[in-house]
Ligand binder design. Structure first.
Ligand code: SF4
Length: 388
């Protein structure tokens, strides 16, 4: 297929596809799915080999959020039955982190619900970061605390944080449909603050919220313009008790097309399969490793993932290897702090043609797999052992 040959060539050169090319990937048929995976897999292997980076989530503060993000089980007034607890103490967080690291993770993601941290919260998290770093040599730490005020990113960096996560989630055009209590511009501002403070910027999206293909391409192109180092791709977990509980829009094939599109647009960025992996990719998870170079190990913030041991077996069985602390995740040009794209342009007119013969995917009516959603009842905030 001409489209795929063009996209592989561009991906190997770090040259962005056009918007039409990205849309065409999302519109490919199931007949072409393996060709799409194989093509995007070439780009993935060129920049990241067969390494899979494992990340481990520690939910420092669960529920109790005043914001109204409609996809979120921790939102204001949500009746989701999730664990609710306030800040873990540094030693409790470090113990949870150690379980993930022992399971093979190299990055720990410290997440707290809420609009954004107070300065006192930044102090708390700084203490936690220092404790985890003292007790676990070589660990990477990403903080995810919501919208940042001036100076907070610098303080987190000073405490030893390596990265900051704040997702754009969806396109600017539809952002107001999913959240009313803050704006898309607020989110962009925080990603820029993290970047400016020398933190590795991590920002991604949630697919499956009823968005169009154009929305998906818009948000991934926006992330490219922000030059984020890592891109978590979440597949909506339609929690009962949230406004999006009925949004079962994804199929495993659709998830693979989305990941392939993200890989072509962000060829040299860490593309991470995030929440909803087990739920929506199901038995096609191993194929997704050909597209993404990073996953979360174990459980998510408020829901349970598949057993950490099963993740490790899947990686080995699919012919991939867990990235070690000695191996550096990002390609050298990105580590050096240089521009992550060749031209940095959003010019959609320069880079080749779109294969207009690609047939549109047939309309699919995915089944609601509520049987696969399990609220987290173990690990951080409980007396039970974590999944790692
Ligand atoms: S996504 Fe974050 S800010 Fe939004 S409701 Fe959930 S915890 Fe609160």
């Amino acid at each position: 297929m001409d489209l795929l040959n063009t996209l592989v060539d561009k991906g190997l050169r770090r040259e962005p596809p056009t918007r039409d090319e990205a849309l065409a990937v999302l519109a490919t048929s199931d007949d072409d799915l393996l060709d799409v995976v194989a093509a995007a897999g070439k780009v993935r292997r060129h920049w990241f080999g067969r390494r899979v980076k494992l990340n481990y989530l520690v939910n420092l503060k669960s529920g109790l959020c005043p914001e109204d993000c409609s996809y979120c089980s921790q939102r204001l007034g949500a009746d989701t039955g999730i664990l609710k607890y306030t800040w873990l103490k540094p030693d409790e967080a470090s113990k949870a982190a150690a379980a993930g690291l022992a399971g093979g993770a190299k990055r720990v993601c410290l997440v707290a619900s809420g609009r954004g941290p107070t300065d006192r919260d930044v102090d708390r998290v700084s203490d936690t970061i220092k404790t985890i770093k003292e007790q676990n040599e070589g660990v990477e730490i990403c903080a995810c605390l919501g919208l940042l005020s001036d100076g907070q990113a610098e303080r987190l960096r000073g405490a030893g944080a390596d990265a900051y996560n704040h997702n754009l989630n969806t396109s600017e055009a539809t952002y107001g449909d999913i959240t009313k209590t803050h704006t898309y511009a607020d989110r962009v501002d925080t990603v820029q603050k993290a970047h400016a403070a020398g933190l590795s910027a991590c920002s991604g999206l949630i697919a499956g919220m009823g968005e169009t293909d154009e929305d998906l391409v818009d948000v991934v192109f926006a992330l490219r313009d922000l030059d984020t180092d890592s891109v978590p791709v979440n597949f909506l977990i339609p929690f009962e008790g949230t406004p999006l509980a009925k949004e079962w829009n994804l199929t495993p094939q659709r998830c693979l097309r989305i990941l392939a599109m993200v890989r072509f647009v962000r060829p040299d960025a860490e593309v991470r399969i995030a929440g909803g992996r087990e739920l929506h990719l199901r038995t096609l998870q191993p194929l997704a490793l050909h597209l993404a170079n990073s996953i979360f190990l174990g459980d998510y913030l408020t829901s349970e993932g598949q057993a950490g041991k099963a993740d490790l077996e899947m990686i080995a069985d699919a012919g991939f290897e867990v990235e070690t602390t000695e191996q550096v995740t990002l390609p050298e040009h990105r580590r050096a702090g240089g521009c992550g794209s060749v031209c940095g342009s959003t010019d959609t007119s320069v880079c080749g043609s779109t294969d207009t013969e690609v047939p549109a995917a047939e309309a699919e009516v995915p089944e609601a797999r509520t049987d696969l959603v399990a609220v987290r009842r173990r690990g951080a905030g409980t007396d039970l052992a974590p999944n790692a």
